[in-house]
Ligand binder design. Structure first.
Ligand SMILES: Nc1nc2c(ncn2[C@@H]2O[C@H](COP(=O)(O)OP(=O)(O)OP(=O)(O)O)[C@@H](O)[C@H]2O)c(=O)[nH]1
Ligand SMILES: [Mg+2]
Length: 323
């Protein structure tokens, strides 16, 4: 079953891609097998993360970017993460409307992912989804996330290029700075440049960028845009391409992906250990302490140490038995 989905997906069938994403989102037991088959075919797309506060104009910008890429014959897959933000009153519908320019286009694939995908962690589901999209041979893979908090930061780290969308009087520059997005953003877009306050925002941004520790090899551009009128969008597309070229030439792209992989392996190992260790801890606490009284008296440092050593001893015995 998964083999068939994987084969069809690798042949660029959008229906198979949609099915595969559902398997990943629902964390079905078969998802690991599917991902194993897919993995060797990943690594070729330009993965672009677009973040910014609710209503900043991310979807409008993406819509414009898609037009630019399609003009050049490049295919695009979009993962819109948690688009049902309470601020914009269910932007899922809004996203559909804004993206509808591309509805019947075979070269464009759009998927919304919400809290449903958070079963095994939204950022994990997102990472796998991006891989599926890469394997389905899309040239550009876009991740759009609402907000500038810790989880957006995690999701953004899946991307090769990260763009932060701001708008005048949005008041979110400081928040982005605090959340650490400023440090990892490769591009800053001042959207809604038709509104007053563009120069002021640009000034604030430049001041903050001065005190942010940035890699020297790439100076993040600050680009104005009016996404709804497609003004400045071609320049954003060009700048994204420049950054991609920079990543390839400096070999930073492969470095980034290696460091992402390290983080992922670490996370998977910790998850695995947790899965196995947690029931053991519960069991040990129940066995060692008949009744709550004893646990109340116990020294927590000592108890943790004892249980840990018992676990190691058990692992050692299993090892000897070849389990
Ligand atoms: N004046 C002006 N309005 C814009 C511009 N870009 C987007 N908007 C409007 O801003 C609103 C939000 O746009 P979206 O593209 O949905 O913004 P978003 O960041 O994707 O929103 P969420 O996904 O809900 O966080 C819409 O009403 C757009 O028409 C712009 O450049 N100028
Ligand atoms: Mg949106």
């Amino acid at each position: 079953m998964e083999k068939k989905i994987a084969d069809e997906l690798l042949n660029g069938k959008q229906r198979a891609l949609a099915k595969a994403i559902s398997i990943v989102e629902d964390r079905k037991p078969s998802h690991r097998e599917l991902m194993k088959q897919i993995y060797p075919h990943t690594g070729n797309a330009h993965i672009i993360g677009i973040t910014g506060s609710p209503g900043a104009g991310k979807s409008s910008l993406v819509n414009g970017l898609v037009r630019e890429w399609r003009k050049k014959g490049q295919s695009v897959a979009i993962a819109a993460i948690d688009p049902t933000s309470p601020f914009s009153g269910g932007a899922l519908l809004g996203d559909r409307i804004r993206m509808q320019d591309h509805e019947d286009d075979e070269g464009v694939f759009i998927r919304s992912m919400g809290t449903r995908g958070s079963l095994g962690g939204l950022s994990e589901a997102c990472q796998d989804t991006v891989r599926l999209m890469e394997a389905a041979k899309f040239d550009k893979v876009v991740i759009e996330t609402v907000g500038v908090g810790q989880s957006e930061l995690d999701i953004m780290k899946t991307a090769d290029t990260i763009a932060l969308v701001l708008y005048p009087s949005g008041g979110d520059v400081i928040q982005a700075f605090k959340a650490g997005i400023m440090e990892i953003a490769d591009l800053f877009i001042i959207n809604k440049a038709d509104l007053p306050g563009v120069e002021q925002l640009k000034g604030e941004l430049e001041d903050l960028l001065h005190i942010t520790s940035l890699p020297e090899s790439w100076e993040p551009p600050i680009l104005p845009a009016i996404s709804t009128e497609k003004h400045g969008v071609a320049e954003v597309a060009e700048s994204l391409d420049n950054h991609h070229r920079h990543l390839l030439l400096s070999e930073e792209k492969s470095e980034r992906r290696i460091s992402q992989k390290e983080t992922e392996v670490e996370r998977r190992l910790i998850e695995r250990l947790k899965e196995e260790f947690t029931p053991y801890i519960k069991e040990s606490l129940n066995q060692n302490n008949h009744g709550k009284g004893q646990l109340q008296e116990a020294d927590p440092y000592e108890l943790a140490e004892v249980i840990y050593k018992q676990w190691l001893a058990k692992m050692h015995r299993n090892d000897e038995r070849g389990e």
